[in-house]
Design a protein around this ligand. Structure first.
Ligand code: 5AD
Length: 443
């Protein structure tokens, strides 16, 4: 059996795509292997969101060059966002790469590898493709949690972002195809699904008849065996009262919302082309908190966007404190080819970006710790999903509001169960607890 080694960078959608590729290549009898040295085919599924992500891929390719030299019949391919963005430039820089293809070409992966096998050199496919719901997965993929792509692409055109180039227009998958896929996952033991889309809360408006994410959540809620439903990433611009109420009312939906603010300054938000003001964003946050009191909130923030002054940055710090996020992902602005912000004249220095990054990490860590404290003493249902990373004798799981809880697991057989856990202690990145009722009791 030929062997496939897959290296995945970037977001959850890439993880999902990698699984599809492994699943599709099963038809050509490829089986997954852990080490590049054992592989007949190595595929790098890449990310372009920041320059650093692309640097990692080129250095990984450099590391694989020796293998290719020693075994010229080894096939090396680069797929995903970087393929779409950099196209022929990848093979210019790394001529030993046999195959480059973007995400629209995933469905054709078997064919593309076949062309290389037949001796064609430097195969490149970054063309468009029809939207197909691929559900193939490798044999090893049965697990408690799974990602499910519900829509592809983004048309927001934020001035910092390459996604419209790498992932194309917004296209939603049909609700029936999504529900079918999730039924299949539930049948193979999956208990939690995360619905994925670059702007997942814009789901369905391009369909005929149009629908929305709230309706999709209700459909997925009806799938037997699924205990929890998550979705990411939402854009403040498309956030509706209907969706906020669905988080409260649809029983299996987690009380967690990732809602990137990007900046706390109206001036910078306008330059980013985000389509909302700070006041509007905070109004949404108030509505969310009033509707779903236990909600966990997280966000993405870019520091050092062109033209960002100390005063703009101070406003961002202010928003983090006011919203009191449970988690904030902070990124230093990275110039991306072809995006409007890359050409703005007032770029911020690396030193200032690093300093702002450090300040925000400190502030967001502090408010997140305060947020966790409000859960101490409560009994919360926890979906047990594994063993604690810090102590192998303990089980680990998540509350409905997305907090990791580690607790003593006397007895076994809890994996995949939802059990009541009393939160006893709050640590910086997790909660500790104790089973509130004997093992076996489910909420
Ligand atoms: N530079 C830095 N961060 C970026 N992001 C997107 N584009 C860039 C860029 N050019 C961040 C945004 C987005 C997250 C996935 O990555 O915060 O929400």
């Amino acid at each position: 059996m030929p062997k496939l080694h897959l290296i995945t960078y970037g977001c959850q959608m890439n993880e999902y795509d990698s699984e599809r590729v492994a699943g599709l290549l099963k038809a050509d009898h490829y089986e997954l292997c852990d080490k590049p040295e054992d592989a007949d085919l190595i595929l790098l599924n890449t990310c372009s969101i920041r320059e650093k992500a692309e640097d990692k891929v080129f250095s990984q390719l450099g590391a694989l060059k020796g293998l290719k030299k020693a075994r010229p019949d080894l096939v090396i391919g680069v797929m995903g966002c970087m393929a779409q963005l950099q196209q022929g430039r990848i093979q210019e820089r790394a001529p030993y790469v046999d195959l480059v293809f973007g995400s629209p070409a995933i469905a054709r992966v078997g064919q593309l590898v076949g062309r290389v096998r037949q001796g064609e050199r430097q195969v490149l496919d970054t063309g468009e493709g029809a939207l197909v719901k691929l559900t193939a997965k490798p044999d090893a993929a049965s697990r408690l949690k799974a990602f499910v792509t519900v829509m592809e692409g983004c048309e927001k055109h934020c001035t910092f972002c390459v996604v419209p180039v790498t992932r194309g227009r917004e296209r939603s998958h049909a609700p029936a195809a999504i529900v079918d896929e999730i039924r299949g996952l539930a049948a193979s033991g999956c208990r939690e699904v995360t619905l994925l889309g670059q702007t997942v809360n814009a789901y369905g408006r391009d369909l005929d008849p149009p629908t929305d994410l709230a309706s999709l959540l209700e459909l997925v809620d009806g799938v037997e065996g699924i205990e929890r439903i998550r979705f990411t990433t939402s854009n403040p611009y498309n956030l509706t009262t209907r969706l906020i109420r669905a988080i409260r009312d649809v029983p299996k939906v987690v009380e967690y919302l990732h809602l990137p603010v990007q900046s706390g300054s109206d001036r910078i938000l306008a330059r980013m082309h985000r389509g909302y003001t700070v006041a509007r964003y905070l109004e949404l946050i108030d509505e969310i908190k009033a509707t779903v009191p236990d909600i966990a909130l997280s966000t993405d923030i870019i520091v050092g966007f062109p033209g960002e002054t100390d005063a703009d940055f101070a406003e961002t710090v202010d928003v983090v404190e006011r919203v009191a996020y449970d988690n904030a992902f902070v990124f230093r602005y990275s110039r991306r080819p072809g995006t409007p912000a890359a050409d703005m004249s007032d770029q911020v220095s690396d030193a200032v970006k690093a300093e702002r990054n450090a300040v925000l990490l400190e502030v967001s860590g502090r408010v997140a710790a305060q947020q966790s404290r409000r859960l101490a003493g409560r009994v919360l249902p926890v979906l047990v999903d594994g063993v604690s990373r810090k102590d192998a004798r303990e089980a680990s799981g998540r509350t409905r509001c997305n907090r990791v809880v580690n607790f003593d697991a006397r007895g076994r057989g809890l994996l995949g169960a939802v059990v009541p856990v009393q939160i006893t202690e709050v640590l910086p990145h997790s909660l500790r607890g104790a089973l509130a009722e004997p093992v076996g009791a489910a909420l």
